[in-house]
Design a binder for this molecule. Sequence first.
Ligand code: NZQ
Ligand code: ZN
Length: 382
Amino acid sequence: MLNFIYHNPVKIVFGKGSISELTNLVPKNSKILMTYGGGSIKKNGVYEQVKNALKNFNVIEFGGIEPNPKYETLMKAVETCKKENIDFLLSVGGGSVLDGTKFIAVAAKYENGDPWDILTKDVEIKDAIPLGDVLTLPATGSEMNMWAVISRESTKEKLSFGHPLVYPKFSILDPETTFSLSEWQTANGIVDAFVHIVEQYMTYPVNAEVQDRFAEALMTILIQEGPKALKNPNDYDIRANIMWTATQALNGNIGCGVPQDWATHSIGHELTAFYGLDHARTLAIVLPGVLKHQKSNKEAKLKQYAKRIWNYEGKDAADKAIEFTEQFFRSLGMKTKLKENGIGTEKFDEIAERFEKRGQMLGEHQNIGKKEVKEILHLCLE
Ligand code: NZQ
Ligand code: ZN
């Protein structure tokens, strides 16, 4: 196992009716900006629950944060924060609203120039408005991590930043809020969480038994409970298990002390930036390509995964592991090829060059650069 420091300061309040806890969690006398998305919270009763819990607080609202939250939109919220002297941010919605809120938190306090630099340069972040959240979509793990992914419409970029100051002070996870998720969004969440686990697991063995067995347990739960959630959207226990799994998948737990490979996410973000594909939909396409391309480097872990997750042993276990994974995605209604999504080779060069320009090498061996990104994209074509 590699050396690590493990620290996670996020307070989780989980379960039915937990939104009412906001009354005790939000700092008294604070001026709150409540952020939300395109309106799902107004249809499923979450908005009323939040407003009710905060009826004695000073709350201003900022709605309209879109999936793959846009810098252009978020900067409007930054203006509101400055004008209104906001001192607490409350995100109510999915990962996009929460990521957007993390960016608002830092950008509102950033005084060294254009806040876009937070995503493109190694700038110093000194301050942030504290934030909390009510999560309505299990997928990203953003509720228990310090990461955010932000898109910029004008340049077709999608980039991430992370800083301890944007760990939520608390995250409220009420599985009942997820009953209203469509099959499409439910599947997105399952695939996103699954790929987070794979990217912290499918590298090479370092005898990290706790992390490996924990990751395998989480993958097994998604494989077993995922299809059930599509059939029984209002089953509390199924939704609860998926919600807690997605949080555990990216809160630092299974990733500490092990090599990681975020190539699938990095390439996937470019597909969203250029084509607007949903985050999880890009992962279902790219992961099989990355695994095929890196099969020999990942062989030991692919075989372990084939045996422990898919109950398959044999010479072709590495290939079978990739095949089973793709079948799992397809069973959730995902397309796993670029061409099925109407995408051809037209942007391959531009995507690959972006990594070179940023000086970004991908994979646990840092062996995936411009040339390899293009090869991977070709493997994702059809
Ligand atoms: O905008 P509203 O109206 O709220 O509707 C949303 C949105 O259209 C809807 N939705 C959310 N909760 C709902 C609901 N609809 C019905 N009932 C509910 N309970 O779902 C749609 C998608 O929401 P979004 O927040 O975009 O989805 P998700 O949570 O998957 O977030 C995706 C974003 O997170 C980033 C992705 O790149 C993407 O931008 N990621 C963030 C990470 C992190 N911070 O650690 C890691 C991830 O790998 C990921 O990259
Ligand atoms: Zn993801």
